[in-house]
Design a protein around this ligand. Sequence first.
Ligand code: SIN
Ligand code: CO
Length: 395
Amino acid sequence: MAEFFNTGLTQQQFLDQYWQKKPLIIRQAFPDFESPISPDELASLAYESEIESRLIVEQGRESAWQVSHGPFVDADFEHLPESHWTLLVQDVDKHIAETQSILTPFRFIPNWRRDDLMISYAALHGSVGPHTDSYDVFLLQGLGTRKWQVTDHEIHAPSLIQDIDLQVLSEFNHAHEWLLEPGDMLYLPPHFGHHGVAMEACMTLSIGFRAPTQAEAMDAVLNTLLERGLTQKHYQDANLKMVEHDHELNQQDLDNLKTLLHQTIDDAEPILLESLGRLVTETKPSLVDITHEYVTEPTSKKLIEQQFEQGQLLQKSTYHRFVWLEKESGGEIFVAGESYHLKQCSRQQLILLTENTTLNRADWLNLLPEPEVVETLCLLIEEGAWQWQTLDNML
Ligand code: SIN
Ligand code: CO
């Protein structure tokens, strides 16, 4: 059984004992760790208009927690104070594909639960303030030392400092305090209060997860039900009891409404996973424009064959999200919120199309026997979800 970093726990024991339950400090999770990108490289990402970035400056009680959003220009960095500021860049895993290797040890957690790799650079005493997040996160120290203070309980509906552009807890009592050095990592479940302060210039890599809300899940299911015309049943009250006041809504109305809603979910069973597949592969609004840049001309089996013969490889887009599910016959894959039904395909073909990061000629030969699989690959290339790379570019 695979070990969960160097904790002596198996990955399953970590999930059973800590995941969504309590924080865990992991010393030297990544031994001899060096951040894959330097502070300067991080700053250069924050100059790009397509990359989501924030600068957070703590300036004392009067004007505490100033937040500005990228893209930034030289002057934004030139005017920063000596200390007490943080630069945060989202989705570094998608913009800098080389950083994806950091995510490999987390592959025992479903890919669709993962949000992004956010990287921050903090000057001395830099902090984003004590806060909670709605999601699980692994905070990996990349450079310098950071002090983390963490609560021993979840905080729901916390009281926040008013009139600032940032969610900072107005009251924060920590139970744990840890100093993190490069390679150390802290796991935090959703809603645990945490406060990280840079003891010197430092970088933190946040491997952040996400999970749909009730509203998002209901919306996704309802959209699929409407598309399939599966919402026609009416409210029923064969159990009707005579009423004294005919304008009153009462408990039996409520019970019957709940029965109707429960029936809707039961009837939706065949489309539930499909709704989830579409929902969790939707592209984040901030990344949609980039995915459009990769849309290509129509392609064909013949053209694909030629490209492979010329020594090219297909590389999976880091901007598109992929999941697959197996059906009684064939399967379905979901990419960027779209579903692709494959009546005839093997489990191995589903995995090749969605889990591989590259496809070479040998993989192609495995896909080739199923015309529907080839057709789907053509569509995915056209969408930019798989992109051609010459071998030289990959080395
Ligand atoms: C940071 O990197 O400064 C903040 C990370 C977090 O608290 O979620
Ligand atoms: Co946080």
